[in-house]
Design a binder for this molecule. Structure first.
Ligand SMILES: Cc1cc2nc3c(=O)[nH]c(=O)nc-3n(C[C@H](O)[C@H](O)[C@H](O)COP(=O)(O)OP(=O)(O)OC[C@H]3O[C@@H](n4cnc5c(N)ncnc54)[C@H](O)[C@@H]3O)c2cc1C
Length: 118
């Protein structure tokens, strides 16, 4: 591998497959580290899998559902965290966490209008 190839690969963004809670948390940590990324998802929007069971209430309280780096980014933009001890539905997770995170200006070009990928 030539030195040029190594250098150009070093500049490539990180590919994240899946805009669920884990992919979004990965995005948050990359933002925190100043790394660029591209988010791919088979669905049309963030939280596509969670929205399949939107009506179901989680068994985990909000405080366990929000990634630490994502929480810091959201809070710095005025996000009001949901009540820590409440149990959200899947829909509430997407509306009150995934979507606000996707709309943060930090990643307007990288996240979170998922690139279609099957
Ligand atoms: C009814 C129900 C209730 C739950 N309640 C809780 C709870 O209370 N507490 C808890 O901790 N966990 C709970 N879970 C589990 C939790 O939802 C999962 O652990 C979590 O969603 C996993 O996150 P993820 O980002 O890895 O995957 P997902 O949320 O499944 O997201 C994966 C994303 O990747 C996309 N994708 C999949 N394959 C591809 C592909 N090949 N290419 C591109 N994109 C792809 C999907 O469209 C999706 O958007 C529950 C699950 C269910 C079904």
């Amino acid at each position: 591998m030539s030195e040029n190839t190594v250098q150009s690969k070093a500049k490539l963004p990180v590919a994240i497959i899946g805009a669920g809670p884990v992919g979004l948390a990965a995005a948050a940590h990359l933002v925190t580290r100043g790394e660029s990324f591209v988010l791919f998802d088979a669905g049309n929007a963030v939280g596509a899998s969670v929205l399949k069971w939107a009506h179901v209430r989680l068994f985990s309280q909000w405080k366990f559902n929000v990634d630490k780096a994502a929480r810091q980014l959201l809070t710095s933009h005025g996000w009001i965290a949901p009540n820590h001890s409440e149990l959200p539905t899947g829909f509430e997770m997407v509306e009150n966490y995934f979507k606000p995170f996707a709309e943060l200006p930090e990643h307007e070009s990288d996240c979170c209008e998922p690139q279609r990928h099957k």
